[in-house]
Design a protein around this ligand. Structure first.
Ligand code: NCD
Length: 317
């Protein structure tokens, strides 16, 4: 099998449609590994993965850790609150220190947009962006694409409506870029104050009214209101937001009858999504979490293990 053409994964814009398909196809094999009684393969034995998280994370950090461990890599989690960064160490010094330990992959989440690109320019190993500021979250877009493809049987020409805080969302940005590669109609809906200034450059259709944005949608992607990134009063009140843009039984009816509902988590229940939808039959939130481990295994394998064989689907240990 031809080697993967990239050393690092910094954003979706750097990938072709064929790259995305390769990642998703590889993820299928690793999903099967995660569903076996023995969820481990020797693929990355002797390789080292460092998780460097400067921002809070539940799903992304644990799924990268599990992904590395299921591939038999040595995984180190650097939790920044317990590290020298709290003592004033710069990102550059942290990188130099890590490099001296010879990692094969650094997975980084940072509140500054561009931090993963900076690390990749300073260090010789592979770097995976696990979310940087308001810029990109490529592994989330890939796991979302994987989930959509499994649920809908295709990624092509779907109508995908992203609802909520688009301005602060790296998830929305990466998803829009990926879905555009497959000819999807990507729509965004939300209050004008939560749309990014350069929304036109995302290749999306903008809707002010939720009902119109949902009309005929195959996929509804609900975003978290990013309270930690909301500078000033961009929203009159969360109750008002829930009434106008919340996804509940009344509003979901505007989407297709078989539309799926996604959320990257963590969810603000009762604000952007009602419980009956979050826990209802259209929700694929937990499928997204399961996909997250498989897609991250595929990425670690493609970036760090190109000399070894990926397991065939269904292969026994
Ligand atoms: C997202 C993130 O951190 O960007 N969460 C995640 O990775 N699952 C979305 C969010 O925080 O709202």
């Amino acid at each position: 099998m031809e080697a993967f053409a990239h050393r690092s994964l910094l954003d979706i814009e750097g990938l072709t449609r064929a790259d995305v398909e390769r990642i998703l196809d590889t993820s299928e094999a690793f999903l099967q590994v995660s569903r076996r009684p023995v969820r481990k393969v020797p693929t990355l034995r002797g390789k080292t993965v460092v998780n460097l998280f400067y921002e809070a994370s539940t799903r992304t950090r644990t799924s990268f850790e599990l992904a590395g461990k299921r591939l038999s890599a040595d995984v180190i989690n650097m939790s920044v609150s317990a590290s020298s960064v709290k003592k004033g160490e710069t990102l550059q010094d942290t990188c130099r220190t890590l490099e001296a330990m010879h990692p094969d992959v650094i997975v980084i989440r940072h509140n500054a947009s561009g931090a993963p690109n900076y690390v990749a320019s300073k260090i010789g190993c592979s770097v995976i962006n696990a979310g940087d500021g308001m810029h990109a979250h490529p592994t989330q877009a890939l796991l979302d694409a994987f989930t959509i493809r499994r649920q809908k049987g295709t990624l092509e020409n779907l109508i995908v409506t992203i609802v909520g805080d688009i301005a602060h969302s790296r998830v929305a940005r990466s998803n829009a870029h990926l879905l555009n590669l497959f000819g999807c109609e990507v729509r965004v809906v939300g209050p004008r104050t939560l749309l990014p200034a350069a929304v036109d450059s995302l290749g999306v259709r903008v809707f002010d009214r939720l009902e119109e944005g949902l009309e005929g949608a195959d996929v509804v992607m609900v975003l978290r209101i990013q309270r930690e990134r909301l500078a000033g009063a961009l929203l009159p009140s969360l109750r008002e937001y829930a009434r106008t843009f919340g996804i509940g039984p009344a509003t979901i009816q505007y989407a297709k009858p078989d539309a799926i509902v996604m959320h990257p988590g963590p969810m603000n229940r009762g604000i952007e999504i009602e419980n009956v939808i979050a826990d209802g039959e259209r929700s694929v939130v937990l499928e997204q979490v399961e996909a997250g481990v498989a897609v991250r295994m595929a990425l670690l394998y493609l970036l760090a293990g190109e000399t070894t064989e990926a397991p065939a689907v269904g292969e026994a240990d």
